[in-house]
Design a protein around this ligand. Structure first.
Ligand SMILES: NC(=O)c1ccc[n+]([C@@H]2O[C@H](COP(=O)([O-])OP(=O)(O)OC[C@H]3O[C@@H](n4cnc5c(N)ncnc54)[C@H](OP(=O)(O)O)[C@@H]3O)[C@@H](O)[C@H]2O)c1
Length: 334
């Protein structure tokens, strides 16, 4: 039986996610309905993607009895309220990253998931790419020895994307794109909490972080460093250095399609989309969608690859980085 998806919001990432679902077998993944704040936006989205039901409110989607799981693609400040809406309606949820504005909100979301006994996962899609699965396999079999250093970066000029720089829209380089660098480091170090976090950065005129550099120290003198920026274009690579070798993602570390392992490069292409995409390699969201299906089929309430504890760790480290850099959201004061 197909997993029946509901799509919450008719924005850019919802479009890409729906295109990504089309790269999976129709007998396994089906989009049943889409909801947007305005009915005409939902109807337009439904027409473009051949979806039979369009709703003009998220509440109507929450009441639809045919939905197995809701994909939430709203902007960051609304992740908490929309997650709660759907989980209180006993819907399973896959919610876009960053999971929420701060760790307090993340805790509320995770508590709601447990209380409602639904499946819940933050959409950290990078971790499900075949290249990421291969990295985990190589690390587990000791291909590069003991990892001593991880470096990652994600920087692109996003000054014209309001939600990336406006504080009230949940902007800020750390939450928007730095989360990819951080989740990569946390994946390599198996979800361990860093012993030390040191961050410095520069702020955009709107008061959110524009460029941030972070160093992290883990147990046994293992280190990591990452840079994220909504102001400048960076090479966007990542490297894992161990006592016996290295693994490099040459570029686009958040959606990796090639790996260099001890000097040897292998490609991991993602499928071509049937419609133009808003973001790079978005058909790679198919892998996280398939993880959700597999978890639902097994009756799991969370994924072992992006667990609730993983989401909380990301949020707690993000909070500390923002504290050091000096970015405060209204949600931090509530
Ligand atoms: N996985 C990835 O690669 C990736 C890439 C980009 C973004 N994202 C994440 O996806 C989320 C959405 O990003 P996006 O680029 O798709 O954003 P977007 O197109 O600007 O907005 C997404 C939706 O959020 C709602 N929204 C926008 N502005 C709002 C406002 N002022 N008040 C209330 N609701 C508002 C709208 O929902 P309605 O349609 O219902 O009106 C809109 O369609 C973010 O959390 C972002 O971090 C992930």
């Amino acid at each position: 039986m197909a997993t029946k998806w509901g799509i919450c919001s008719a924005g850019k990432i919802s479009h890409d996610f729906t295109v990504a679902l089309k790269t999976l077998p129709a007998g396994e993944h089906q989009v049943v309905a889409v909801a947007a704040r305005q009915l005409e936006h939902a109807e337009e989205f439904a027409k473009k993607h051949n979806i039979s039901r369009a709703y003009g409110s998220y509440e109507e989607l929450a009441r639809d009895p045919d939905i197995d799981v809701v994909y939430i693609g709203v902007i960051n400040p609304y992740h908490l309220s929309t997650c709660q809406l759907f989980m209180n309606a006993k819907k399973n949820v896959l919610c876009e990253k960053p999971l929420a504005m701060n760790s307090k909100e993340v805790k509320e979301i995770l508590t709601s998931a447990k209380r409602n006994e639904v499946f819940f996962m933050e959409a950290v899609w990078t971790r499900f790419f075949p290249a990421s699965v291969e990295i985990k396999r190589l690390l587990a079999q000791g291909e590069v020895g003991e990892v001593k250093m991880v470096r990652s970066e994600f920087g692109a000029p996003l000054k014209d994307v309001p939600r990336s720089v406006q504080k009230e829209l949940g902007g800020g380089a750390m939450l928007d794109i730095g989360v990819y660098c951080l989740q990569f480091i946390c994946m390599v170090y198996n979800g361990e909490k860093p012993e030390c976090i040191q961050a410095t950065g520069v702020l955009h005129e709107t008061g959110v972080d524009e460029t941030v550099v972070v160093t992290l120290k883990f147990s046994r003198n293992r280190l990591a460093v990452f840079t994220c920026s909504s102001g400048i274009q960076l090479p966007n690579d990542a490297i894992i250095v161990g006592t016996k070798g290295s693994i490099t993602i040459p570029t686009h570390m958040w959606c990796p399609t090639s790996l260099v392992v001890n000097g040897k490069e292998t490609q991991y292409p993602v499928p071509e989309p049937h419609l133009p995409l808003n973001f790079l390699n978005s058909t790679g969201m198919r892998y996280e969608a398939e993880e959700v299906r597999q978890c639902l089929l097994k009756g799991l309430k969370e994924s072992a690859v992006v667990s609730h504890a993983d989401s909380l760790l990301l949020a707690e480290v993000e909070d500390e980085i923002r504290r050091q850099v000096g970015v405060v959201y209204s949600q931090d004061c509530q």
